[in-house]
Each structure stands twice: as C-alpha cells, then as structure tokens.
Design a binder for this molecule. Sequence first.
Ligand code: NCD
Length: 306
Amino acid sequence: MRHLMSPLDMTVEELDKLMTLADDIRLHPDKYAHVCDGRILATCFYEPSTRTRLSFESAMMHLGGKVLGFASADSSSAAKGESVSDTIRMISCYADICAMRHPKEGAPMVAASKSRIPVINAGDGGHQHPTQTLTDLLTIRSLKGRLGDMTIGLCGDLKFGRTVHSLINALIRYPNVKFVFISPQELRIPDYIREDVLKKNNIEFKEVVRLEEVMPELDLLYMTRVQRERFFNEEDYVRLKDFYVLDKVKMELAKQDMLVLHPLPRVNEISIEVDEDPRAKYFEQVQFGVYIRMALIITLLELEVA
Ligand code: NCD
C-alpha cells in the first residue's frame, strides 16, 4: 500500500505519469466520472483549510465517490485526547483513503504507519505539503510547457511556508532550475533546505531581500503569505506581514511571460489589481489542484480506468 508524505515519495517518472493522467482527466472528465463509485475518502483536518480540503472532496465527488471527515480538531475526538494513531485505525474501517492535515510535523507519517488505507499528507505543520506541490508542478507544466530550464522566485515566508519547502524539494529534480529566494532576514529558508537540499545537490540559488531587484530575471514568481499561526508572538507577525506587496508597478518590471503563482489564501501580499494581469495564474492553479488530486486518488487506490 502506498501513502504520500512528501513529493519525493514519487519518482520523476511517476510524477510525469500522474500529471499525464491529470491532463487526461481535464480533457475527458466523463471517462472518470464513475471510477470511484462505492469508494469513500476521509478528510481528517486538525488545522483550518478551505482549498485543500474542499478540493479533495470535489476530486472524490467528480470521480463518483463519497466523502466523510472533520474540518477541525475541536470537532473530532482529538478534543477528547485521542491520538492520531487511534483515529486512523478507526478511519480505516470507515473509508478507503484518507487525506490528513495536522499542525504537528510528522503526524500524517505516524498515522500512515498504523493505517490500513492510503494516507495523504495534506500539510503537516511547517514541514511539507505534497499535494500543493503536485498542483504547482501541474500548473507550471501546463502553462509553461516544461518543468526545467527556468528561474523561479519564491517570495514571502520561506521559513514557515511548507508549500515552499515541498516545492523546492520537487523542483531540484528537473534540469537547469535556478532559485531566487526573496524574504526578510527573519523568514529565510531553513538551514536544512539550504545545506541538505540545495548545496548538497549543487543547485544554483541566491537570497535577496528586495523583490524589485530580481523581478526582471524571473520566469515564475511564487508568492506566499506570512504564516501567522506559526509565529511565536504577534508583534513579529505584525511587523513582517506586509513586507511584500506585489502590485502593478512591480509587475511592470517582470518578463512578459512570467507567471505569478500563490498557493492561497492571499492576505495582502498580492494587490487585487494584479488579478487582472494575464500573468496572474493563482486562480487557475486552484483548478489544476482538483485534477491532480483526482489523479492521485486513482493512483493510490490502484484503480483501473476503462
Ligand atoms: C497553504 C498551506 O496550507 O500551507 N494553503 C493551501 O493549502 N493552499 C498555504 C498557506 O496556508 O499559506
């Protein structure tokens, strides 16, 4: 049985196959409308979510399956002190596959070790968010036509942003990818990413504070929100939250074919005037998230498509 904890759980070839399946789902949705008839997805969310939970639910429903679950720790037995290991043992009796989000790093991994059904990490603390990364990869591949040969700017909270950590891990496997990390000093990428992921693999990168200075060299700009819930004190958050605001003026410095992505939710880091810019692709990105999750459910359940 397979789980998905990190984007690296899949080889580049497997990811390619998954994205090709997602493309086919996008082009021929009818072919997939009953693939999950009689199957149940459990969404176990111990931390708030809109897109990830609903896109999993939408994905399962588009495949003909059903969904059950909980949307916060308060509304589950976690509030009574039940462990993740016990919860997943029960969920294994109720559902065929589970998507789990948890504020603690590694919690979905603990669940997977006790589970009789495939577990998908839907975000664990500041660690990983593999299905957002699958969404990002599919978006980039679909809109740029490739995953290598580009300079990618990641901007905002690079310290706590789990989407950033997963995306870097996944992208270093493609040829000629260069990174530009744009963040305030306090929110730089964690040391383990700099040392064990980037330097160890000889990946070209630089770290800067000012977005304007690097805008012209980027093929892709991945904006992120400052992760308020992972800060130790509110003053630091308030000081850093509006450090970057992408607006029309900054967009003028960018290449004509640069894409702007964002895992969402956006707070203030992208001004709404940018939404009209044809290079702003963050709402399209959400749609790709449904197709890739459909492909993932089919793959982990090892279902045959007629
Ligand atoms: C992200 C997350 O939960 O890490 N949201 C999402 O799943 N699209 C990003 C964020 O919350 O900032």
